[in-house]
Design a protein around this ligand. Structure first.
Ligand code: ZN
Length: 359
């Protein structure tokens, strides 16, 4: 057989409740099933495949079986009860006690996964299930993020994994935030175990830990001051917790929350890229300037697109919130706020929040 062995054809046949040769017989007509009937029952668009299946099955039957089936059809044996479909197979985690202590915020999601019907389980669910089963013993004693120890969440706070990606955040930028929250970004103290490289910060020479690279290094303080000022315009206080764990996206403040998460993600990307560049070329880039430039170019690109597609209203709805980053003049031109590189119209506001490194 060829056609009848294909996975998709098998699936269609199971849908049509055809799991044995007897299911291909039409006892009322005393003949084999009409290919059109089989087409309809298996939700196929054309009778070509059912016709081939019938031909293949008939050709595969031994002569004695053909004779027997013809006799059954001729005598008009009453229709046997229809074959029940394949039994439901449920797949789910096998409860067992881990031999290592369970971390209160374990990275393992095995305990959350409910048994699902194997035949219809979404591919993503099966992938997660297999992954978490194979690595159950490792994941169960590991926290979901390294920052739980480095920067214990305050009351009511938790890592906002879902906020790291959105329609505003480009995938590679979201990936850096995601890796940072997992602690899966390179840093001197880790790489020095495998390569003959210094385990100190390439900017200030301090022992380079994860917290140093993304929170404590002196070079970041101007960037954080800039973020503090920007976030105040959205009535938010910048904090290391907000920076690492991201802002939850809530219905009423959705536009603001998405925009703030984009700013946080671009800031992390600026830190990541300037450090990579320093290690590669020895060039010292101001991460605040890189951040401003990326915000600037993103807004300009969005504005040009909106202007060319006559959708400036939608642009203003997303990007001109509280005029914190930019505004559109009555003549239709884009004006940036001085904080992100626009022309200053008066004295620069003094920062209201000063960043203090972690103790
Ligand atoms: Zn440093």
């Amino acid at each position: 057989m060829q056609v009848a062995e294909s996975c998709s054809v098998c699936q269609s046949l199971i849908l049509a409740e055809v799991t044995r040769v007897g299911d291909l017989l039409d006892y009322d007509r005393g003949d084999w099933l009409d290919p059109l009937t089989l087409t309809w029952r298996s939700a196929l668009s054309r009778p070509h495949t059912p016709r081939r299946v019938l031909q293949e099955v008939k050709a595969t039957l031994p002569p004695a079986a053909r004779v027997y089936l013809d006799r059954v059809l001729l005598k008009g044996t009453p229709r046997p009860p229809s074959t029940p479909g394949p039994p439901d197979l449920l797949i789910g985690p096998l409860p067992r006690r881990p031999n290592r202590p369970l971390h209160p915020f374990t990275a393992s999601r095995l305990h959350e996964l409910q048994p699902v019907r194997f035949q219809t389980a979404p591919r993503k669910h099966l992938y997660t299930f297999v992954l978490h089963t194979l690595h159950a013993l490792t994941l169960v004693s590991r926290p979901d993020t390294k920052w739980r120890d480095l920067l214990p969440p305050l009351e009511g706070e938790q890592p906002r994994w879902a906020s790291l990606y959105s329609t505003l955040v480009p995938r590679p930028v979201g990936d850096i935030s995601w890796r940072l929250l997992h602690g899966a970004v390179s840093r001197g103290t880790y790489l020095a175990r495998f390569n003959p490289i210094p385990d100190t910060c390439p900017f200030c020479g301090v022992w380079e830990t994860l917290a140093h690279v993304y929170l404590e290094c002196a070079r970041l303080q101007l960037l954080f001051r800039l973020l503090s000022n920007l976030l105040l315009r959205f009535w938010l206080h910048f904090s290391p917790h907000l920076f690492i764990y991201a802002l939850p996206v809530r219905g009423l403040t959705k536009s603001r929350d998405l925009l703030v998460n984009l700013l946080l993600a671009l800031a992390k990307t600026a830190i990541y890229k300037t450090r990579e560049r320093r290690l590669a070329d020895g060039v010292s880039c101001d991460c605040g300037a890189v951040f401003r430039s990326s915000v600037h170019s993103r807004i300009r690109a969005e504005f040009l697109w909106a202007a060319s597609t006559d959708s400036l209203d939608a642009f203003e709805e997303w990007w001109v919130l509280s005029e914190a980053l930019c505004s559109v003049s009555p003549s239709g031109s884009l004006c940036f706020d001085p904080l992100i590189g626009g022309e200053s119209k008066g004295p620069q506001p003094q920062p209201l929040l000063l960043w203090a490194p972690l103790p």
